[in-house]
Write a protein that binds this ligand. Sequence first.
Ligand code: ZN
Length: 249
Amino acid sequence: MTSDAHPTDRFGVISDIHGNLEALQAVLATLEIAGVGDIVCCGDVVGYGASPNECVALLRTREIPTVLGNHDAAVLGSEEIESFNEMARDAVLWTRDVLTPENLAWLAALPMTIERHGAFFVHASPCSPSEWNYVLTYVDAREAFNWFAQPLCFLGHSHQPFFIALANGELYHIRQEEAPLDPLTRMLVNVGSVGQPRDRDPRAACVVVDSQARLIQLLRVDYDIAAAQARIHRVGRHRGLAERLAHGC
Ligand code: ZN
């Protein structure tokens, strides 16, 4: 069953910040200039980057509704890290050590899903969110559409932005940086990653939903990559975590 109307306001969506303060600050500034009042975060606030406390503090101060991501869960110890690669595992353990008790408590209270603006927000797949499945193929996407009732679902996790639409039973990709909001079309939107893009574009990603213009836009934002890399070196984390930021992979 689908609810009948698309959202009627203007909001931003961010995801996969991964402790990258420079990228988060740049994205929040861009969303402010874009006139976005409300922002929702699809999780993975920490892990990989060198500024987990600063990123959590910024979301807390701005009261940005946020869902739990798999790296957030791993830092809390509620998710196995055996499947993580060495760099990710190292980052999780370091993040667990440096996060303040208040910031850990904030992470521990994050919900798995959020409904807001008439849309659905989740970190991985809306189908069994706590299994952290990826939505990568049309088969994954078709299944995913069965697990939310709203016209729009926003997610992250793969760090690769996409628009997948469902209209008249047909699925299709919208291979552009903006997608029309059509009352007869439902959409899965991967908003990409703020702090560690993996689509070969190193700029931070975020999404603006403009219900009046009936448009969803994917924005890419330049930020001070060298400063984020310097912080990773300063706290003695794996060099690869810094290098990949320059390549968007
Ligand atoms: Zn992530």
